[in-house]
Design a protein. Structure first.
Length: 168
């Protein structure tokens, strides 16, 4: 047998295969660790909802109606009563779950923990410790309602003030 002819026996084959497997595992580990490091270092972009937005004209809302039109986009319910229009923040005061309006029961309910709120935002039952928050509302010069969710109130008496209720 010549020197340039090499015979690969079983021991040589497995030694070479285990060598490639070891180097491949090391490379996969290094790539995964590098990807995790880059994910950790890269900034996590968080898009926040606008704080001030317009929700339409007062005549678009019927008396006694709880509108869910802006729940998905801005997380608010728009409520019109005999006294005026207000915006309820749709976030439960218990653990921050997004609440839902149930027309047949005329209740706002937390789907996670079972709190029931009245259309005014008051707690009727459940673990929530406080009423739903109302966002500040006002009328713009063009006649549309402006909601400002950076200013909220849930204390009875203060939440019915002119800052949180548009009289129409």
């Amino acid at each position: 047998m010549a020197d340039d002819e090499k015979v690969l026996d079983r021991r040589g084959f497995f030694g070479r295969a285990l060598g490639w497997l070891g180097w491949g595992s090391l490379c996969a580990w290094a790539a995964g660790s590098s990807a995790a490091l880059l994910r950790f270092v890269a900034p996590a972009v968080r898009y926040e909802l606008p704080r001030v937005f317009k929700i339409g004209r007062p005549d678009e809302y019927k008396i006694g109606e709880v509108s869910t039109r802006f729940k998905d986009d801005y997380q608010i319910f728009v409520v019109r009563t005999q006294q005026g229009i207000y915006a309820l923040h749709a976030q439960c005061t218990h653990l921050g779950c997004t609440t839902n309006w149930f027309q047949q029961d005329r209740l706002i309910k937390c789907p996670c923990h079972g709190t029931n709120f009245s259309p005014e935002g008051d707690v009727l039952s459940g673990p929530a410790p406080a009423p739903l928050r109302r966002a500040a509302v006002s009328l713009a010069p063009d006649g549309r309602i402006v909601v400002d969710t950076s200013e909220i109130e849930n204390r009875p008496g203060r939440r019915e003030s002119a800052r949180f209720l548009v009289k129409v």
